[in-house]
Design a protein. Structure first.
Length: 110
C-alpha cells in the first residue's frame, strides 16, 4: 500500500495527488485515513501538506479524516497528533505550518 511508503522518494507527491482528488472525495478520505493509520510523522506530514493546498471542500474532508481517526482510536493517538502537528506548526514551509495549526484547531487538539 502506498500510504506505508510516506516519506519515501516519489511517494509523497503521489499521495498528495490522491488526497487532493477533486473528482472523488472518497479517495481523499480513504487516503487520509490510511496515512493516519500509519501513525508516523512522515504520513501525517503528507496529510498536512495536502491540507496546505486543499480547497475548502477537500480541507473539510481532511479535517474529517483526522476526527474519524481520533474517534476510531478512542483518543489514544491524541498525544501523537498533538505532538506531531505541533512540530509541523513550526515547519519552515509557512503553508505547511499554517495547515498544521488549522488541523489541530479543527480537530480540537489545542
Amino acid at each position: 500500500m502506498l500510504a506505508a511508503k510516506a516519506g519515501a522518494a516519489g511517494a509523497d507527491a503521489r499521495l498528495v495527488a490522491l488526497l487532493l482528488d477533486s473528482d472523488d472525495t472518497a479517495v481523499t478520505l480513504r487516503t487520509a485515513l490510511a496515512l493516519l493509520e500509519q501513525r508516523t510523522p512522515s504520513a501525517l506530514r503528507v496529510v498536512v501538506a495536502a491540507a496546505a493546498h486543499a480547497d475548502e471542500n477537500q480541507g473539510d474532508w481532511l479535517g474529517d479524516a483526522v476526527n474519524s481517526f481520533r474517534a476510531s482510536s478512542l483518543g489514544n493517538d491524541d498525544e501523537f497528533l498533538r505532538e506531531t502537528l505541533g512540530a509541523l506548526a513550526q515547519d519552515p514551509d509557512e503553508d505547511c505550518a499554517l495547515a498544521a495549526r488549522e488541523l489541530a484547531v479543527w480537530s480540537g487538539l489545542v
